[in-house]
Design a protein around this ligand. Structure first.
Ligand code: FMN
Length: 192
């Protein structure tokens, strides 16, 4: 399978980056083809500008958007990996969706309403959080965190199999607990 990993963490020394490496390792072992979209490393511009919107609305796709969409559509499946920031994606990733998931490529409207156009077999969303599992499970935080990405974006655009995974308490985990997460992620890649 061709797998695109969309990764959003600014620090190459972070635990998220260690997870990215574990994920790559697992996917490689299973024989998948991988592409990584490391948004900070690429200095991705997450702002959908008025000029882009104007061109999109007139049916023209600006070249910098087309390049991103070619990578998106190269993949059979998608994996997103990022830290939870303000109950949401880091802004650079939110902007990637704004810029890349355009009308006529990711979705379209017709007589029956909205139609998701993305052909991907599945998407997995992996998130790390600073908060505790106890906190999240006893508030309405979980749907608040997951729905904008799973239903509001990926499901909306036609991907039927969207899974998500969240790891809690990440800044205060012991080395053994971190290792267990990395094993889990490697396994996820290997069985993807
Ligand atoms: C700007 C910012 C916003 C954050 N917002 C949240 C939040 O809303 N909920 C939460 O549980 N953790 C939040 N955190 C904590 C991060 O999710 C946590 O530190 C990160 O997942 C740990 O992974 P890392 O070591 O790879 O950075 C936030 C951190 C930053 C820097």
């Amino acid at each position: 399978m061709k797998v695109l990993i969309v990764y959003a963490h600014p620090n190459p020394q972070s635990f998220n980056h260690a997870m990215l490496e574990a994920l790559q390792h697992g996917l490689h072992k299973a024989g998948h083809q991988i592409r990584i979209k490391d948004l900070y490393d690429e200095n991705f511009d997450p702002v959908l500008r008025a000029s882009d919107l104007e061109r999109l609305q007139s049916g023209e796709v600006p070249e910098h958007i087309k390049v991103e969409q070619d990578v998106l559509l190269w993949a059979d499946s998608l994996i997103f990996l990022y830290p939870l920031w303000w109950f949401d994606r880091p802004a650079i990733l939110k902007g990637w969706f704004d810029v890349v998931f355009t009308n006529q490529v990711a979705f379209a409207f017709n007589d029956q309403g909205v139609q998701g156009l993305l052909p991907h077999e599945k998407a997995v969303v992996i998130i790390t959080a600073g908060g505790s599992e106890d906190y999240f499970k006893h508030t309405d935080a979980m749907p608040l965190i997951h729905r904008p990405v799973t239903d509001g974006t990926l499901g909306f655009c036609g991907i039927k199999d969207v899974q998500h995974k969240i790891y809690f308490d990440v800044p205060s985990l012991s080395n053994d607990e971190r290792q267990a997460i990395l094993d889990d992620i490697r396994q996820l890649g290997q069985t993807f």
